[in-house]
Ligand binder design. Sequence first.
Ligand SMILES: O=C(O)CCC(=O)C(=O)O
Ligand SMILES: [Fe+2]
Length: 384
Amino acid sequence: MNDEEDVPILDFSSSSSESLSKKLHQACARSGFFYATGVPSVLEKARRARKVCDAFFSRDVETKMRCFSLKKGYVPINGTENAVRKPEFHEKFSCGRLLESYERSNDPYYDPNRSLFFDCENTFPRNVFGVTREKGEEDAFEEAYSSLYREMERFSEQLLRVFAMSLNMKEEELEYFVERSRKHVTNLVALRYDVSRAKRTLKKKEEDEDDTLLVRAHTDPTDFTCLFFDDERGPNGLQILIEEEEGGARGESRWIDVPKVPNAMLVNVGDVLMAWTNGEYKSTRHRVILNRNSNNEEEEEEEEESRLSLVWFHCPNYDALIDSRDVDARKKNLSNTTPPKYAPFLCKDRTHFQQTERTKRGLKDRQLTSTHDTRVRGLDVENS
Ligand SMILES: O=C(O)CCC(=O)C(=O)O
Ligand SMILES: [Fe+2]
């Protein structure tokens, strides 16, 4: 199997098409990773958001720290603990739901005392501009970032409907996932990895495998995640673990590079959708390796090297019940269902935002991984 089959390209320009839903099913059941094309307005907004992020990250730390916030704002290098993305090699800007104040105050779902998902407001940088060359106009950070956020909310609804179609759900049930995501818990995160720093650290050490990673192997605690990369460099070091199919050598698996596809957005299935589909859709392990050949020596002397990815983490409503039997019961062909592998759970009990609460209670981070542990953490029955 080649990389293009492992990460197929799906055209979303006509989302009602049967062939899209078939291909989506294949992709999600095989590697859980695919590229979405035919989404020009998403890509245009992502390109603008990247520009303002570039402009923001290039500012000095003191300026960036004006919008410091561990949850919704800027986090500098070494600013937080994270078992997956190494804190010493990345800084980030994180943004949550763009709620109107009347929504916050009138709906108990958003009550900050009730949930830690909405207990903090966004903190946007001020006076950051990124020149969009084509039009010669300037974008303010908040405007560009929020407009991608809203576009991703729209695309997510479209995608959730196609997920329902691809699972062969009945016509009248195609809103099943959308309905459970009306008050979604989402984060749009800009991650800037300091590649030069990681390379310098690596040179000074006896390296082991972990030293060559910017992001350790993990699965996402979302229903799905979308990623945007630099047009020229592409996913630059992002790899996914392809497990040998049944009949292949037991336990055999191999890391493959996610191929570069211009004008496309990468999408991957997370743990929540895997549980919802009773394991039919795969939440595949991925990691980011330090691409040591990405700059030649001369350039390295002159230019600091970095890697910027924009990541849309999507989770359904925090009180959504994730129960594969409920999904199965809405399918056209009821005889195709399998006994549930995962105990039903509320979404809020599984997402990694919940780790803040777990840490307070002295519980281990579910994201902690090693190359030898079980493929997906936290979804086992006795744990729920
Ligand atoms: O930055 C990337 O390319 C991947 C990040 C990632 O997988 C994550 O944060 O979950
Ligand atoms: Fe991830």
